[in-house]
Design a protein around this ligand. Sequence first.
Ligand code: MN3
Length: 203
Amino acid sequence: MAFILPELTYAYDALEKSIDARTMEIHHTKHHGAYVNNCNAAIAGTEWEGKSVEELMANISKLPAAVRNNGGGHFNHSLFWQVMSPNGGGKPTGALLADIESSFGAFEQFREKFSNAGATRFGSGWAWLIVDGAGKLQICSTPNQDNPIMDIAEVKGAPILGMDVWEHAYYLRYQNRRPDYINAFWDVVDWAEVSRRYAAAKG
Ligand code: MN3
């Protein structure tokens, strides 16, 4: 079974308050689409064909760079589309909010630290909120299409929120102003989905 490009659950213009429709369409169809196709090509006819993307990530040190870049891109973007929603924004509630407050002091401090992780990622990459192996929330950042479930990751854990800070994610509207894109990203974060992932990661 080859990987397929997942459908979005909202229209390309649904996140317009933060991300313009043209960027969403190119990002989904061209960028994510290419990661899917290139990952499929890289594993075709190998023992890795038919494995889940999570299994590829967990063994990425044994795989060629094409799988790291494109399989990583497929995993990362599949998560990214899901943690955004036209009804997003605001703050989480319940257990996730309580854990964010005890881990980072306050929601605002968490938001600043996560934003900073994205703003200071040199070149292309991602900012993440993860549940680590000890069940603790951590903020981290990865270069390129790496992610915290790769066996080579410096900081490992289950990602519950991911923010793409590649220029292709924001350049049409924000040009070089990555901090403005990051600021707008918070208005579309789907905290219900992040909370669902948090609960699953906590077991
Ligand atoms: Mn991207």
